[in-house]
Design a protein. Structure first.
Length: 273
Protein backbone atom coordinates (compact mmCIF):
# COMPACT_ATOMS: atom_id res chain seq x y z
CA UNK A 1 0.00 0.00 0.00
CA UNK A 2 1.38 3.38 -1.06
CA UNK A 3 0.45 6.36 1.11
CA UNK A 4 0.89 10.05 0.30
CA UNK A 5 0.29 13.00 2.66
CA UNK A 6 0.10 11.02 5.88
CA UNK A 7 0.94 14.25 7.81
CA UNK A 8 2.82 12.36 10.52
CA UNK A 9 5.71 13.75 12.53
CA UNK A 10 8.98 11.83 12.67
CA UNK A 11 8.15 10.42 16.10
CA UNK A 12 4.70 9.35 14.91
CA UNK A 13 5.74 7.18 11.94
CA UNK A 14 5.58 4.09 14.15
CA UNK A 15 1.80 4.48 14.22
CA UNK A 16 1.72 3.09 10.69
CA UNK A 17 2.83 -0.29 12.04
CA UNK A 18 -0.35 -0.45 14.12
CA UNK A 19 -2.74 -0.21 11.17
CA UNK A 20 -2.84 -3.96 10.55
CA UNK A 21 -1.32 -6.88 12.42
CA UNK A 22 0.01 -8.44 9.20
CA UNK A 23 1.63 -5.29 7.83
CA UNK A 24 4.67 -3.20 8.64
CA UNK A 25 5.74 0.10 7.18
CA UNK A 26 8.50 2.35 5.96
CA UNK A 27 7.77 6.06 5.90
CA UNK A 28 9.32 9.52 5.80
CA UNK A 29 8.06 12.69 7.46
CA UNK A 30 8.16 16.08 5.78
CA UNK A 31 7.53 18.08 8.95
CA UNK A 32 10.49 20.06 10.24
CA UNK A 33 10.72 19.48 13.99
CA UNK A 34 14.09 21.19 14.45
CA UNK A 35 12.41 24.22 16.02
CA UNK A 36 10.85 24.20 19.46
CA UNK A 37 7.45 25.40 18.28
CA UNK A 38 5.54 23.92 15.34
CA UNK A 39 3.26 26.34 13.52
CA UNK A 40 0.29 25.22 11.45
CA UNK A 41 -0.92 21.71 10.66
CA UNK A 42 1.38 18.82 9.67
CA UNK A 43 1.90 18.30 5.95
CA UNK A 44 3.05 15.93 3.21
CA UNK A 45 5.00 12.72 3.92
CA UNK A 46 4.98 9.35 2.13
CA UNK A 47 5.00 5.75 3.29
CA UNK A 48 4.79 2.16 2.05
CA UNK A 49 2.99 -0.62 3.89
CA UNK A 50 3.91 -4.21 3.05
CA UNK A 51 3.10 -7.64 4.42
CA UNK A 52 5.38 -8.88 7.17
CA UNK A 53 5.63 -12.20 5.33
CA UNK A 54 7.52 -10.38 2.54
CA UNK A 55 9.94 -8.56 4.84
CA UNK A 56 12.95 -10.80 4.08
CA UNK A 57 12.37 -10.35 0.34
CA UNK A 58 12.28 -6.55 0.48
CA UNK A 59 15.08 -4.00 0.57
CA UNK A 60 14.22 -0.48 1.72
CA UNK A 61 15.73 2.31 -0.36
CA UNK A 62 17.55 5.05 1.51
CA UNK A 63 16.10 8.48 0.76
CA UNK A 64 16.42 11.98 2.16
CA UNK A 65 13.43 13.18 0.11
CA UNK A 66 10.15 12.87 2.03
CA UNK A 67 8.20 12.98 -1.23
CA UNK A 68 9.70 9.66 -2.33
CA UNK A 69 9.75 6.31 -0.56
CA UNK A 70 10.87 3.14 -2.27
CA UNK A 71 11.45 -0.56 -1.83
CA UNK A 72 13.01 -3.26 -3.95
CA UNK A 73 11.24 -6.60 -4.13
CA UNK A 74 13.00 -9.81 -5.17
CA UNK A 75 10.85 -11.67 -7.72
CA UNK A 76 11.24 -14.66 -10.02
CA UNK A 77 11.61 -12.19 -12.91
CA UNK A 78 14.38 -10.23 -11.23
CA UNK A 79 14.50 -7.30 -8.79
CA UNK A 80 11.52 -4.94 -8.95
CA UNK A 81 11.83 -1.31 -7.88
CA UNK A 82 8.63 0.18 -6.42
CA UNK A 83 8.64 3.94 -5.84
CA UNK A 84 5.90 5.85 -4.05
CA UNK A 85 5.72 9.55 -4.87
CA UNK A 86 3.92 12.73 -3.86
CA UNK A 87 4.85 15.38 -6.41
CA UNK A 88 4.77 19.15 -5.73
CA UNK A 89 1.59 21.12 -6.43
CA UNK A 90 1.38 23.65 -9.23
CA UNK A 91 0.96 27.16 -7.80
CA UNK A 92 1.57 28.82 -11.16
CA UNK A 93 5.00 30.17 -10.23
CA UNK A 94 8.54 29.27 -11.26
CA UNK A 95 9.37 27.94 -7.80
CA UNK A 96 6.77 25.17 -7.98
CA UNK A 97 7.96 24.21 -11.48
CA UNK A 98 11.55 23.97 -10.25
CA UNK A 99 10.44 21.84 -7.30
CA UNK A 100 8.60 19.54 -9.67
CA UNK A 101 11.62 19.15 -11.92
CA UNK A 102 13.86 18.58 -8.90
CA UNK A 103 11.62 15.78 -7.68
CA UNK A 104 11.63 14.18 -11.14
CA UNK A 105 15.42 14.35 -11.11
CA UNK A 106 15.49 12.50 -7.79
CA UNK A 107 13.20 9.83 -9.21
CA UNK A 108 15.57 9.47 -12.16
CA UNK A 109 18.50 9.07 -9.77
CA UNK A 110 16.64 6.37 -7.83
CA UNK A 111 16.08 4.44 -11.06
CA UNK A 112 19.67 4.81 -12.27
CA UNK A 113 21.17 3.87 -8.92
CA UNK A 114 19.07 0.72 -8.67
CA UNK A 115 20.08 -2.57 -10.30
CA UNK A 116 16.40 -3.54 -10.62
CA UNK A 117 15.18 -5.01 -13.89
CA UNK A 118 11.66 -3.66 -13.44
CA UNK A 119 10.40 -0.29 -12.23
CA UNK A 120 7.00 0.87 -10.99
CA UNK A 121 6.39 4.46 -9.86
CA UNK A 122 2.96 5.23 -8.48
CA UNK A 123 1.32 7.97 -6.47
CA UNK A 124 0.14 11.57 -6.64
CA UNK A 125 1.85 13.21 -9.62
CA UNK A 126 -0.26 16.38 -9.32
CA UNK A 127 -0.76 16.59 -13.07
CA UNK A 128 -3.28 15.53 -15.68
CA UNK A 129 -3.49 15.85 -19.48
CA UNK A 130 -3.56 19.53 -20.38
CA UNK A 131 -2.10 20.72 -17.07
CA UNK A 132 1.08 22.76 -16.70
CA UNK A 133 3.15 19.89 -15.30
CA UNK A 134 1.93 17.22 -17.70
CA UNK A 135 4.66 17.84 -20.34
CA UNK A 136 7.26 17.46 -17.56
CA UNK A 137 5.58 14.22 -16.51
CA UNK A 138 5.45 12.70 -20.00
CA UNK A 139 8.98 13.93 -20.79
CA UNK A 140 10.26 12.18 -17.68
CA UNK A 141 8.47 8.98 -18.75
CA UNK A 142 9.99 9.12 -22.25
CA UNK A 143 13.50 9.88 -20.96
CA UNK A 144 13.38 6.87 -18.64
CA UNK A 145 11.57 4.51 -21.04
CA UNK A 146 8.51 4.32 -18.81
CA UNK A 147 4.97 3.48 -19.85
CA UNK A 148 1.90 5.48 -18.73
CA UNK A 149 0.19 2.33 -17.49
CA UNK A 150 -2.98 3.85 -16.03
CA UNK A 151 -3.52 6.33 -18.86
CA UNK A 152 -3.17 3.53 -21.41
CA UNK A 153 -5.77 1.35 -19.68
CA UNK A 154 -8.37 3.69 -18.21
CA UNK A 155 -10.59 6.38 -19.71
CA UNK A 156 -12.04 9.55 -18.19
CA UNK A 157 -11.53 8.58 -14.55
CA UNK A 158 -11.34 10.88 -11.55
CA UNK A 159 -8.83 10.44 -8.74
CA UNK A 160 -9.17 13.85 -7.09
CA UNK A 161 -12.36 15.60 -5.93
CA UNK A 162 -12.19 18.92 -4.09
CA UNK A 163 -13.87 19.14 -0.71
CA UNK A 164 -16.75 21.19 -2.15
CA UNK A 165 -17.12 18.77 -5.07
CA UNK A 166 -16.71 21.45 -7.73
CA UNK A 167 -13.26 20.41 -9.00
CA UNK A 168 -12.19 17.00 -10.23
CA UNK A 169 -9.06 15.74 -11.98
CA UNK A 170 -6.98 12.67 -12.79
CA UNK A 171 -3.67 13.37 -11.07
CA UNK A 172 -2.74 9.98 -9.57
CA UNK A 173 -0.82 7.78 -11.99
CA UNK A 174 1.20 4.60 -12.46
CA UNK A 175 4.43 4.61 -14.47
CA UNK A 176 6.13 1.33 -15.37
CA UNK A 177 9.12 0.11 -17.27
CA UNK A 178 8.10 -1.89 -20.35
CA UNK A 179 8.76 -5.19 -18.61
CA UNK A 180 6.87 -4.16 -15.47
CA UNK A 181 3.91 -2.96 -17.55
CA UNK A 182 3.35 -6.54 -18.75
CA UNK A 183 3.11 -7.58 -15.09
CA UNK A 184 0.49 -4.95 -14.21
CA UNK A 185 -3.18 -5.89 -14.10
CA UNK A 186 -6.56 -4.82 -12.75
CA UNK A 187 -5.96 -1.06 -12.51
CA UNK A 188 -9.02 0.52 -10.96
CA UNK A 189 -10.16 3.66 -9.15
CA UNK A 190 -12.07 2.77 -5.98
CA UNK A 191 -14.87 5.33 -5.90
CA UNK A 192 -16.89 3.82 -3.04
CA UNK A 193 -14.08 4.47 -0.52
CA UNK A 194 -13.89 8.10 0.56
CA UNK A 195 -10.99 8.69 2.95
CA UNK A 196 -9.71 12.04 1.65
CA UNK A 197 -10.04 14.27 -1.41
CA UNK A 198 -8.28 11.53 -3.41
CA UNK A 199 -9.84 8.28 -4.55
CA UNK A 200 -7.63 5.20 -4.01
CA UNK A 201 -6.12 3.64 -7.13
CA UNK A 202 -5.60 -0.12 -6.99
CA UNK A 203 -3.53 -2.37 -9.23
CA UNK A 204 -2.03 -5.84 -9.11
CA UNK A 205 1.48 -7.00 -9.98
CA UNK A 206 1.71 -10.51 -11.40
CA UNK A 207 4.93 -11.96 -10.04
CA UNK A 208 6.23 -14.53 -7.59
CA UNK A 209 8.48 -13.45 -4.76
CA UNK A 210 11.68 -15.37 -4.18
CA UNK A 211 12.13 -17.65 -1.18
CA UNK A 212 14.04 -16.05 1.65
CA UNK A 213 17.81 -15.66 1.12
CA UNK A 214 17.75 -17.08 -2.40
CA UNK A 215 20.74 -15.61 -4.20
CA UNK A 216 23.39 -16.18 -6.84
CA UNK A 217 26.34 -17.28 -4.69
CA UNK A 218 27.49 -20.14 -6.89
CA UNK A 219 27.06 -21.60 -10.33
CA UNK A 220 24.25 -23.76 -8.98
CA UNK A 221 22.49 -20.79 -7.42
CA UNK A 222 22.75 -18.81 -10.64
CA UNK A 223 20.92 -21.61 -12.42
CA UNK A 224 18.34 -21.95 -9.65
CA UNK A 225 14.86 -22.89 -10.79
CA UNK A 226 13.60 -20.04 -8.61
CA UNK A 227 15.21 -17.46 -10.87
CA UNK A 228 14.49 -16.49 -14.45
CA UNK A 229 17.44 -14.10 -14.39
CA UNK A 230 20.66 -14.11 -12.34
CA UNK A 231 21.03 -11.65 -9.50
CA UNK A 232 24.48 -10.40 -10.40
CA UNK A 233 25.11 -8.31 -7.32
CA UNK A 234 24.95 -11.41 -5.11
CA UNK A 235 27.32 -13.57 -7.20
CA UNK A 236 30.75 -14.18 -5.71
CA UNK A 237 34.02 -13.71 -7.63
CA UNK A 238 34.42 -17.36 -8.64
CA UNK A 239 30.93 -17.43 -10.18
CA UNK A 240 31.53 -14.23 -12.13
CA UNK A 241 34.90 -15.53 -13.34
CA UNK A 242 33.33 -18.82 -14.45
CA UNK A 243 30.61 -16.93 -16.32
CA UNK A 244 33.11 -14.60 -18.02
CA UNK A 245 35.31 -17.53 -19.09
CA UNK A 246 32.37 -19.53 -20.40
CA UNK A 247 30.98 -16.51 -22.28
CA UNK A 248 34.40 -15.81 -23.80
CA UNK A 249 34.59 -19.36 -25.15
CA UNK A 250 31.14 -19.06 -26.70
CA UNK A 251 32.02 -15.74 -28.34
CA UNK A 252 35.17 -17.27 -29.84
CA UNK A 253 32.98 -19.81 -31.63
CA UNK A 254 31.14 -17.11 -33.57
CA UNK A 255 32.24 -16.85 -37.18
CA UNK A 256 32.34 -13.17 -38.12
CA UNK A 257 32.18 -12.47 -41.92
CA UNK A 258 35.40 -10.90 -43.14
CA UNK A 259 33.45 -8.11 -44.80
CA UNK A 260 32.22 -7.03 -41.35
CA UNK A 261 35.82 -6.73 -40.15
CA UNK A 262 36.79 -4.36 -42.98
CA UNK A 263 36.45 -0.84 -41.55
CA UNK A 264 36.46 0.62 -45.08
CA UNK A 265 33.27 -1.12 -46.04
CA UNK A 266 30.17 1.02 -45.69
CA UNK A 267 27.37 0.07 -43.32
CA UNK A 268 25.10 -0.32 -46.34
CA UNK A 269 27.24 -3.13 -47.74
CA UNK A 270 27.39 -4.82 -44.32
CA UNK A 271 23.60 -4.73 -44.03
CA UNK A 272 23.19 -6.24 -47.50
CA UNK A 273 25.61 -9.05 -46.70
Amino acid sequence: MLLQEHWLLLNELGLLNNLHVKFQSFGLSAVDISTDILVGRPYEGTAILYRKSLADQITILASDESRITGIQLNTDSGPLLLLNVYMPTNYGDESSLELYRDCLAKLHTAIVDSYSLHTIIAGDFNCCPGSRFFPEFTGFADDNSLVLSDLNRLNNVTTYVSDDGTKTSWIDHILCSCTADTMIGNIDVINDVVISDHRPVSFSVKCTTLPAHTGCYSQTACNSTYLRVPVWNTCDYSTLAYYADYLDKLLQQISVPSVALNSNVSSEVIEQS
